[in-house]
Ligand binder design. Structure first.
Ligand code: ZN
Length: 288
């Protein structure tokens, strides 16, 4: 089954839900950055959270989620748009023993710190916000952000199951949000469902995203929307790297042009390498 998100809303417009299957997205992040298991789980959760938050966006709207923790993972950044996301962690080889529940210790790897959110909705200025991390487990932190900064009562669950062979067995997440005017009885029904979730990856093994959102809003006449395909995607390009080089200015470029071996730029988001021969840098200077 290909990665996708399914959204749903109750017939009365009181609650909405979204469920994401992101196994291939997280596997690609793992492979591109050669991530150890804990960074795979951490970045995989943040990528999935970003995709869920961007599932309502228009084509050129973006959200950046940056987590700055004091744990061994360092910082982590995800850039997401409608149906696509990319990201990295500063320490792809962070390693911690399993938590007391036998799980990958994402909270321990992230540590204490801050979640920064930047939303670019095509307006003059991007919208910025930050909240203290609650647990570093990502889903709780994003839930806290949604409830406090965006003022939308929300519940989010995110999960990544990694095999010892660095294979992502399954990854995904879900989001339930309360809409204005939601009556108490609808809220109670959804809360009862959310309270029954102990593992979102286990739920996704049993149910596809469409079945999962229908289960979350069961008894409230859920209306589901067409699936949104999601993928790992980076917009970097050789032309973009040339523009970045030009922005360095003549002095720095002349220094780079002094190296007969040329120069290499690596994209942080996807690890794609762009090499420039000495003559190419000289050409860029000649065209300034
Ligand atoms: Zn890239």
């Amino acid at each position: 089954m290909q990665d996708h998100i399914v959204k749903a809303v109750t017939a009365a417009g009181t609650l909405r839900a979204a469920a994401a299957l992101t196994t291939s997205v997280v596997q690609e992040a793992r492979d591109r950055h050669d991530l150890y298991p804990v960074p795979t789980a951490a970045l995989g959760r943040l990528l999935t959270g970003g995709l869920l938050l961007a599932a309502d966006f228009k084509e050129n709207e973006r959200i950046n989620l940056r987590i700055d923790g004091d744990g061994p993972l360092g910082h982590m950044l995800v850039d997401a748009g409608y149906g696509e996301a990319r990201g990295y962690v500063s320490n792809p080889e962070a390693h911690l023993p399993l938590s007391s529940q036998g799980k990958l210790d994402v909270g321990g790897a992230v540590g204490k710190g801050i979640l920064y959110v930047v939303k670019d909705m095509g307006l003059k200025e991007p919208w910025q916000s930050s909240v203290d991390l609650i647990s570093g487990e990502i889903a709780e932190d994003l839930t806290y952000y949604l409830t406090h900064s965006e003022q939308i009562p929300s519940a989010m669950a995110l999960g990544v199951l990694v095999n010892p062979g660095a294979q992502v067995e399954i990854a995904g997440g879900l989001l339930v949000q309360v809409l204005p005017g939601c009556p108490e009885e609808h809220l109670a029904k959804a809360e009862a469902k959310v309270a029954r979730i102990s593992s979102v990856t286990q739920l996704l093994k049993e149910m596809q995203p469409k079945a999962l959102v229908e289960w979350l809003l069961e008894g409230l006449e859920p209306v589901t929307f067409a699936p949104i395909p999601v993928r790992y995607s980076c917009k970097c390009s050789r032309d973009g790297m040339v523009r970045a080089l030009i922005s360095l200015g003549r002095n720095d470029l002349e220094e780079l042009a002094g190296d007969p071996d040329g120069f290499e730029i690596v994209c942080r988001f996807c690890n794609e390498k762009y090499t420039f021969r000495q003559e190419e840098i000289k050409d860029i200077i000649a065209n300034l």
